[in-house]
Ligand binder design. Structure first.
Ligand SMILES: N[C@@H](CCC(=O)N[C@@H](CS)C(=O)NCC(=O)O)C(=O)O
Length: 219
């Protein structure tokens, strides 16, 4: 039976899992949880994911949450093609690059945080956009600095095939591109690797704007 993925077109975390599923050639059925309409808080979805976030992946009797844990699960259950390099040090490096964007930046930019800034702290839109750009840029700058100087950087973030580092970087940069009107030239190494990734189906057909539930005008 195909895996079941609870996803939303705009979600960076769900995009990570879509990329990994495609890289590994795994079939899945999608269930849209519209985060803009608050469907993550419905009783039925809360029973599936008490944190009220996407993604959730169901594999038979196994329910999986948290995208980075899901990537590790997919790697352990379907090792080929691998999404982690060989060797403990390189694996730690790939995971660390992924976590720079997935944990340090993305966590501060999700809808519930934006809502809190607006509704509880009463920050205006300009201040909230400054928050988003600041944390987004902090992670991008760190990632660029590492990728530009580390000898392990290859066609992809680590070596010459995609790893969890690329799987986290591409959704982050897809959002960055929207923030900066398609101009990410200030991050030349990231830009080169992003373009290499986007030439692969696993990254392009899973892109937010290619999703059946995509609604770019919806806020
Ligand atoms: N660390 C989690 C993040 C999950 C997460 O926050 N997902 C966002 C979409 S990218 C979400 O569902 N947000 C709902 C909300 O903030 O209300 C993961 O990697 O899976």
């Amino acid at each position: 039976m195909a895996m079941q993925l609870y996803t939303f077109w705009r979600s960076q975390a769900a995009y990570r899992v879509r990329i990994a599923l495609h890289l590994k050639g795994l079939e899945y059925e999608r269930h849209t949880i519209n985060l803009l309409k608050g469907e993550q808080f419905s009783d039925s979805y809360r029973k599936i994911n008490p944190e009220s976030v996407v993604p959730t992946l169901i594999d038979g009797d196994t329910k999986l949450v948290q995208s980075l844990a899901i990537l590790e699960y997919l790697e352990e259950t379907h090792p080929n093609p691998p999404i982690l390099p060989t060797g403990a040090a390189d694996r730690a490096h790939a995971r660390a690059l992924g976590q720079i964007v997935a944990m340090e930046a993305h966590t501060l930019l999700v809808p519930r945080i934006r809502k809190y800034l607006e509704q509880v702290l009463g920050l205006d839109e300009e201040t909230r956009m400054n928050w988003i750009r600041h944390w987004n840029d902090t992670a991008s700058a760190a990632l660029e600095a590492v990728l530009a100087s580390d000898p392990r950087t290859g066609k992809f973030c680590v070596g010459d095939s995609p790893t969890v580092a690329d799987i986290c970087m591409v959704p982050h940069i897809s959002s960055t591109i929207v923030l900066y009107n398609n101009d990410i030239s200030r991050y030349p190494t990231i830009q080169r690797i992003y373009e290499t990734c986007m030439a692969l189906d696993a990254f392009s057909v899973t892109h937010p704007l290619k999703q059946p539930d995509a609604a770019p005008g919806e806020h």
